[in-house]
Design a protein around this ligand. Structure first.
Ligand SMILES: Nc1nc2c(ncn2[C@@H]2O[C@H](COP(=O)(O)OP(=O)(O)OP(=O)(O)O)[C@@H](O)[C@H]2O)c(=O)[nH]1
Ligand SMILES: Nc1nc2c(ncn2[C@@H]2O[C@H](COP(=O)(O)OP(=O)(O)OP(=O)(O)O)[C@@H](O)[C@H]2O)c(=O)[nH]1
Length: 500
């Protein structure tokens, strides 16, 4: 699960500056959901190999009275949902009563909190931050968000447990891949041996997806009709077990069956909590939504026909694609619209959702039930596409055809050469292409190749990841994926190669 880092502090301490620095790292995706909680911003960021979510909680102005109330309405949810809170103070401005009020609240929350003194550039930081120890939050991390100073150390500490977990997972990677192996030359016979091992690995990777229930998250911005749709689906189907959430802000996981297929519905709307205590706080939660997307196999993104496509819809869509999840789009509230209006809406969808033309689009009415049943065909299709097994020879053949149809360009007088391709994982499907000078492949050619794979494999409703590996070593793209048996085989193979 992606950890969540919340930035908390009074206005002007530098939260936005730090947020921007963190989310700028790589593949940043920033979503604004104004009006939900005031000006909270969400971004996806990456530290080394670890992906995490950053939340800028917006300023808490403790100088006004009723800070508790304000925090409740605004930042409480973010703090509650966060794995770690970075409580920022301004080293130049010194300690304020607002800082004290926020600190008091954070101490009560008993959430892992790091005290971060920002703007330590160009001042005598050590003496400036002294007074902040009064806040009773332990160590103080000195940073200058504007210049990046101290930020890496801060992240290392903030995300230490998650980073540790990640490196534990990656143990054995060194075993599986020695550096000098990158330089090895593989001839055809050796490659063939290696491919057999890779196809075995890939077979095994597919097993967990077989006969497993499809985890389907129903996602969308507030008021699009998620609850109505969930009720409609469950109303038609037999609910097998009823899973109650641990906290009010968790999604509800509901097992169900339909046409012999098992599903687990991930319900982000929290329909059954309606009218209960927490309704006033906040039903819609971006973090909950992001976690549901992360945890799903297929995401059903619900749009509102009457509202058109909003930036929030596009942000959610971006998160789904970024997470590599399969997707089905449902345009809800399709009932009672005139033909003219429907035509207008379809034109707008064409225009704004052209970039995701690989996803199925359904027009439904959750209220009346029309179109709801058909969604499941697309969900199954998307899942099947995302977990479709493809062996090395098939992928290499497709890659070769693509290359024959349209050669990679010349770069500095040399032609980029693609040699072979193999699968690297599922949901999303990963295809790893080996070749020479692949780093020089222009994006346009990469897109061409992705589309070629997509058409040839008839992949619908899921993003595809195509990765490029320089050189022949077929293990380079798999790293620690090999099992013990495969490792033995691989070692034998490597010995064999090195002898020659
Ligand atoms: N000298 C210095 N100034 C900084 C640093 N980080 C931020 N600032 C400045 O501090 C001011 C406030 O920064 P923001 O990032 O907008 O602060 P914020 O906490 O997001 O403020 P709100 O959006 O009002 O909550 C800006 O003028 C920044 O340029 C830093 O590391 N050093
Ligand atoms: N006309 C029409 N109205 C709908 C349809 N589906 C939902 N609605 C209405 O839209 C409003 C919002 O529906 P909800 O199901 O509560 O939406 P939600 O996405 O769960 O909202 P949050 O829980 O606030 O995130 C309600 O008034 C529903 O009656 C539909 O298919 N047609």
């Amino acid at each position: 699960m992606m950890p969540v880092v919340a930035l908390v502090g009074r206005p002007n301490v530098g939260k936005s500056t730090l947020f921007n620095r963190l989310t700028r790292t790589r593949d940043a995706l920033v979503a604004d959901f104004p009006g939900l909680t005031r000006d909270r911003k969400y971004g996806q960021a990456r530290f080394n190999e670890l992906e995490y979510i950053v939340v800028d909680t917006g300023g808490i102005d403790g100088s006004e009275q009723g800070i508790e109330l304000e925090m409740a309405s605004q930042s409480l949810a973010a703090i509650d949902e966060a794995d770690v809170v970075l409580f920022m103070v301004d080293a130049r401005a010194g300690l304020t009563s607002a800082d004290e009020a926020i600190a008091a609240h954070l101490r009560r929350c008993q959430k892992k909190t790091l005290l971060v003194a920002n703007k330590t550039d160009g001042i005598d930081a050590d003496s400036a931050i002294g007074e902040f120890y009064q806040l009773g939050l332990g160590d103080i991390y000195q940073i200058a968000a504007a210049h990046g100073r101290g930020v890496l150390t801060l992240l290392e500490t903030a995300l230490a447990p998650q980073l540790e977990e990640l490196s534990a997972d990656a143990d054995g990677e060194d075993d599986a891949m020695a550096d000098d192996e990158d330089e090895l030359e593989f001839d055809d016979a050796m490659l063939e041996d290696a491919m057999a091992v890779i196809d075995e690995v890939i077979e095994e990777d597919a097993l967990p997806f077989e006969d497993a229930p499809i985890k389907l998250a129903i996602v969308g911005r507030p008021n699009v009709g998620k609850s109505t749709l969930t009720n409609r689906i469950l109303g038609e189907e037999r609910v097998v077990v009823y899973d109650m959430p641990g906290t009010t802000r968790d999604s509800v996981y509901i097992p169900m069956q339909r046409d012999e297929q098992d599903y687990v519905l991930i319900d982000t709307a929290g329909v059954r909590r309606r009218g209960k205590v927490h309704e006033a706080v906040e039903k819609f939660s971006v973090i909950k939504t992001l976690k549901a997307i992360e945890d799903a196999n297929v995401v059903l993104l619900v749009l509102d026909a009457r509202e058109g496509i909003s930036d929030q819809d596009l942000s959610l869509l971006g998160f789904v694609l970024n997470a590599g999840r399969s997707i089905v789009l449902a345009v809800n509230k399709w009932d009672g619209l005139s033909q003219d209006v429907r035509d207008d809406i379809k034109r707008e969808l064409d225009r704004r959702l052209g970039f995701i033309d690989f996803a199925r689009l359904h027009f439904i009415s959750a209220l009346h039930g029309s179109g709801v049943g058909n969604l499941f065909e697309s969900v199954k299709e998307a899942y099947a596409s995302a977990t479709k097994r493809v062996n090395t020879s098939m992928l290499t053949r497709i890659m070769q055809m693509a290359q024959d149809d349209h050669q990679p360009p010349l770069v500095r007088g040399r032609r980029v050469k693609l040699k072979y391709a193999h699968a690297g994982g599922y949901n999303p499907p990963r295809i790893i292409v080996h070749g020479n000078q692949v780093k020089d492949l222009p994006d346009s050619y990469k897109r061409y190749l992705i589309n070629y794979f997509r058409r040839s494999l008839q992949v619908v409703g899921t993003p595809i990841r195509v990765e490029f590996q320089e050189g022949d070593n077929p293990y380079a793209g798999l790293k620690n994926k090999l099992t013990a048996t495969q490792l033995r085989k691989r070692k034998r193979l490597m010995k064999h190669i090195k002898k020659r």
